[in-house]
Design a protein around this ligand. Sequence first.
Ligand SMILES: NC(=O)c1ccc[n+]([C@@H]2O[C@H](COP(=O)([O-])OP(=O)(O)OC[C@H]3O[C@@H](n4cnc5c(N)ncnc54)[C@H](OP(=O)(O)O)[C@@H]3O)[C@@H](O)[C@H]2O)c1
Length: 164
Amino acid sequence: REGVSLVPPPPAPCFADPAFPSQDGFVRVDRDYVRQAAELARAGGCKHFVLQSSRGANAQSRFLYLRVKGEVENLVQAVGFDHCTILRPAVLLCKRQESRPMEWIAQQFFGAVAWVFPTANSVPVETVARAMVACVLQPGEKKVKLLENRAIHELGKAVRQQGT
Ligand SMILES: NC(=O)c1ccc[n+]([C@@H]2O[C@H](COP(=O)([O-])OP(=O)(O)OC[C@H]3O[C@@H](n4cnc5c(N)ncnc54)[C@H](OP(=O)(O)O)[C@@H]3O)[C@@H](O)[C@H]2O)c1
């Protein structure tokens, strides 16, 4: 689809990761660069922007991570795309090449919980990607669409059943 931009996920300091550089770096990468990318995309004719945010994103939150995620959601919406889709996944289940012990532990825990409550606290990254593709292929009527974790699961699953 012409003019559609799938934004690769920006970084996530979800867990106490010793490799994570600084708060300034996080804000720059997760908010400022994303806003700039959105503006450039819009200037280039992009009509539909898909943003990977996070569960709990809230510009009023007292937690830096959730606040920055809420702020970037607002900034991207304000850019004025015909369609803006925001995904708010819970814990991402994925294989990392790099070592992140805390995240690994969390993934093991939430991966086990997912056997019983598959949509409650986590989502495989493949499902997120499928949901993003589905949003792009069928943007619907709404200017801004917010997808929480369960909706991401449903959309991602529907696309898989269609063999996409
Ligand atoms: N992980 C989760 O469970 C989770 C849950 C909900 C939402 N999300 C969101 O999903 C997206 C992807 O998450 P993720 O955990 O996969 O991201 P990530 O791997 O932590 O980061 C993605 C990229 O951002 C770069 N980066 C991170 N911090 C940086 C900094 N301060 N300065 C410069 N570059 C920096 C990383 O570079 P390097 O490779 O050089 O480190 C990496 O290439 C994020 O927007 C996150 O907020 C994640």
